[in-house]
Design a protein around this ligand. Sequence first.
Ligand code: SF4
Ligand code: SF4
Length: 186
Amino acid sequence: MDFSCVEECAKCCIEREYYPTIKFGKIGVLVMPDEKKQMESLAEKNGISVTVLPRIGVSEAESEEPQTILAYQMMGRESNGNTCPFLDTESSKRSPHGGYACKIYENRPLACRAYPVIQSTPISLDPKCKFCENCGTPSGNVDSELESLIQIQKKMDTKARYIWRYATGIGESKDKDLIKTGWFLV
Ligand code: SF4
Ligand code: SF4
């Protein structure tokens, strides 16, 4: 069956996961360095508050922190890290498949355009996407998502010696003791 969003679903704009482990806190929507300013200015235009944290950094020499940030992440608006700040859960507007609408759909980040494709060779989809949960791997209709993922991979390609991951410090209150904040070498 070809991929299409499940009726009334907005799961990928709401649910955020710990990645790669609880220690790193819940992640936000991946935002490329060239998208960061645009997200911040779209938030301002829409009267929305957004928190954009670093996600991945790199450095060539040993240091306390990375020298260059390869990717950022836009955090959820709930204290537990869930729900994208651009998801319109208040109005009666709905997306074409009936889920909550994205307030910046035409300008959404590459990561949102790529989802649910999470790997390009071989193509793999996020099993947590509602379509995949219900119907398994789709037989097609993911070309534009794949193209967006490949763009992300090109932007994040690096030969840097040291790779850093930022721990967001955000998650469920029951997990607070396990969640760290700041840069960690990976
Ligand atoms: S991509 Fe998947 S999880 Fe996201 S809205 Fe569509 S069906 Fe739901
Ligand atoms: S920017 Fe839009 S598409 Fe992306 S997670 Fe937020 S609401 Fe969903």
